[in-house]
Design a protein around this ligand. Structure first.
Ligand code: IVH
Length: 676
């Protein structure tokens, strides 16, 4: 590193410290990183270098000396109990340079005077988790937090199928910790982001943010739908009977814990480097994200001998993969209007090969992002695959900027209907406010309404376009007024296609309320939110009568969603739509008789549910019904069990005791219906 003057160094150190803290916050708390890991590591490397040169400015609170924190007291969605880690949860030293791997090996040789081996492992790109097992049962799950204390997310973690609540097998220590990574495979990530896009929620930047965001969900039942997975890679405990790390993990595997199948032992650093080289390409075929390779000294006594620095173990290091980037000229920018009026800038690029696919278009997110990049038409731009899937522009190379290059002008008016755009301050997005008559928005609403997850009506883009052009459909209920004659008169339509279409319209009248609610296309009400609302309110009338307070007290309903629902409920268009769709015969309330049957396990049983559980009470009641049982509000001689959670009603408990009605814990109930 080039030497710089003392004053300049001090200033730069201050700047870097602030910058790194800000990025740590974006990454760990908001789950929305503003820069890539690579850029972060560059800044961190610069700070480390400067602190080495000027130790007088290296303070205890420097981000080089502590790990980033995912704790955010007070914020919504973070009301988890914080628990101190028995052993601090540290990070790993990392490198992008091959020589540094050899330096790592040489440093070990200085301390260790006998041969050792390495465990070479994939570096899973998720969020760290620390599990404690006692007497073979999962006792607790903590996030890394700030490294010394983490959030207790046990109630969420029990909903990840890969994590066993009960271990089986030989030699399970009475108590031990095992740490690892919770991650979201690409497939689940794509599904989740598609759902978020539908609900016009900001997509997660990558699978890692999606995983850590999911872990902090307030509604544990929703965890099950997120498709999270887990891999464990570090066992800790007192007097564990293992000589090597690999042996400990093999034992863990035999007890039913998820351990990576890709780890290998290496006897020399050269072998470890060969493992790295092999995975640099092979990792692209994996169904989940990895951001590097971890190399650990395998012998546990040597690990103890080598010990730790303030931030990371001396017996392990991480080789980080450089994100795959391509550089290509920006040809033009399109502005797409979505069904809710949001305007998204999309870059048209000179086609370029990136991780095996040709990239021609990339998202620019919003105007702020364009300003931040200071993007000009003709610029050479860097494209990366966010989470290796969706290409995004991460930077520009101003040195290659053509003379007289112009900044693309963000439109002031809707590209489709010409209405002046408005900006949503909270979301940094621009919207076309002309909901009533902007053609793209209208057509978009019909396409959404007809979609398979919504009303499942046989109307794709072309049909909607044709019906709209004829002037027959403007608001959603117009669909139900279409006649056979009208349809047959459409170009290319025959009696058969018209009848199929009308049949699908007829069938849509039996679509359950939660899907109708989703189909209405209320901003921010995606599939999952619609389910939550339907379950909570039971009918459109109850939802439309809800106050702000009613809405925000529901798990996972925040201010943005609540405001959007209130605005829609109060609008004339919303009311008219509901009135006419109801007249057409659509389901506007939950059909109590139509719940899914999962088993007859609870046939003839009556259960009273009281207290707080790891899932919403309503969800538990639905489960009881799904297994053939009946719910009752009060304890009587006819009650089969009182399902009692935390803070169960004292009156109910007393009555159950008096009548000799057995109590059931949530765990016992789960076991009864065949859950884990
Ligand atoms: S070992 C004390 N092994 O990477 C050492 N970490 O950048 C504990 N990670 O905090 C970590 N895969 O969240 C280890 N095979 C692996 C890993 C791994 C992913 C994560 C972990 C750690 C971070 C360090």
């Amino acid at each position: 590193m080039a030497k710089i003057g003392k004053t300049a160094a001090k200033e730069r150190i201050e700047f870097l410290k602030k910058e790194l803290e800000r990025h740590n916050y974006n990454y760990y708390v908001l789950n929305a990183p503003a820069i890539s890991d690579f850029e972060f590591d560059l800044l961190m490397g610069e700070l480390q270098g400067l602190e080495k040169l000027y130790p007088e400015y290296a303070t205890e609170d420097s981000p080089t000396r502590h790990v980033g924190s995912d704790l955010a007291p007070g914020a919504k969605g973070t009301d988890f109990v914080q628990v101190a880690h028995r052993w601090p949860m540290l990070s790993l030293g990392n490198t992008y340079a091959r020589e540094e791997l050899y330096e790592f090996d040489a440093r070990i040789r200085k301390t260790v005077d006998r041969p050792w081996s390495y465990s070479c492992e994939l570096k899973f790109d998720g969020t760290a988790i620390c599990l404690t097992y006692k007497d073979g049962r999962l006792l607790r799950a903590l996030t890394r937090g700030d490294g010394t204390k983490g959030d207790d997310v046990t109630r969420n973690v029990v909903n990840i199928p890969a994590i066993p609540r009960q271990l089986h097998g030989e030699g399970i220590p009475t108590e031990f910790e095992i740490r690892g990574e919770i991650y979201m495979p690409f497939e689940a990530f794509d599904r989740l982001n598609a759902e978020r896009a539908e609900a016009e929620l900001e997509p997660f930047a990558n699978p890692r943010n999606a995983a850590s965001g999911s872990l902090k969900l307030q509604n544990p039942a929703e965890m099950r739908t997120r498709g999270l997975d887990c891999v464990l890679y570090h066992m800790l405990g007192e007097n564990l009977p293992f000589k090597t790390h690999i042996e400990a993990l093999e034992a863990a595997r035999s007890w039913g814990l998820p351990v990576s199948e890709y780890s290998r032992r290496a006897d020399t650093i050269d072998e470890a480097v060969a493992y790295i080289d092999a995975w640099d390409t092979r990792r692209k075929t994996l169904p989940f994200a990895t951001d590097g390779i971890v190399i650990k000294v395998n012998e546990l006594d040597l690990q103890r001998q080598l010990g730790f620095t303030a931030k990371s173990p001396r017996w392990a290091t991480a080789w980080k993969f450089k994100p795959e980037q391509a550089c290509t000229p920006l040809v033009s920018v399109d502005y797409q209007v979505g069904r809710t009026g949001a305007v998204t800038p999309v870059a048209n690029l000179e086609p370029v090969l990136l991780s095996g696919t040709v990239v021609k278009r990339a998202s620019l997110h919003n105007k702020d992002q364009m300003d931040l990049l200071d993007i000009h038409i003709g610029d050479w731009v860097y494209v990366e695959k966010g989470g290796e899937i969706i290409p995004k522009i991460t930077g520009v190379d101003p040195s290659k900027r053509p003379q007289d290059a112009l900044r693309p002008a963000f439109p002031t008016h809707c590209p489709d209907c010409g209405t002046p755009l408005v900006r949503d301050e909270d979301e940094a997005r621009h919207y076309c406010p002309n909901r009533e008559s902007c053609p793209v928005q209208i057509k978009g609403r019909f396409i959404h309404f007809a979609g398979r997850k919504a009303m499942d009506i046989l109307a794709g883009d072309a049909t909607v376009e044709a019906l709209y052009d004829k002037g027959w459909i403007h608001t959603l209920p117009d669909l139900y007024d279409l006649t056979r004659e009208q349809l047959i008169s459409l170009e290319g339509w025959q009696e058969r296609s018209a009848d199929n279409f009308l049949e699908s319209l007829e069938a849509s009248k039996r679509v359950p309320f939660e899907r109708v609610l989703y189909a209405l296309g209320i901003r921010h009400v995606g599939e999952q939110t619609a389910k939550t609302l339907a379950r909570h309110f039971g009918s459109i009338d109850a939802l439309m009568a809800a106050s702000r307070e009613d809405l925000v007290q529901i798990e996972d309903i925040g201010d943005t969603v609540a405001d959007s629902i209130l605005e829609w409920s109060a609008s004339e268009a919303g009311r008219q739509t509901v009135r006419r769709l109801r007249e057409a015969g659509l389901q506007m309330a939950v059909d109590e008789n139509a719940t899914v049957r999962l088993s007859d396990m609870l046939e003839g049983k009556t259960i009273v549910v009281s207290g707080n559980f790891s899932i919403a009470r309503e969800a538990l009641k639905a489960l009881i019904e799904a297994h053939g049982g009946k719910n009752a509000g009060s304890v009587s001689s006819k009650t089969s069990w009182l399902l009692a959670g935390e803070k169960a009603g004292p009156e109910k408990l007393r009555k159950a005791e008096k009548l000799g009605i057995p109590l059931l814990t949530e765990e016992e109930f789960n076991a009864m219906i065949g859950g884990e």
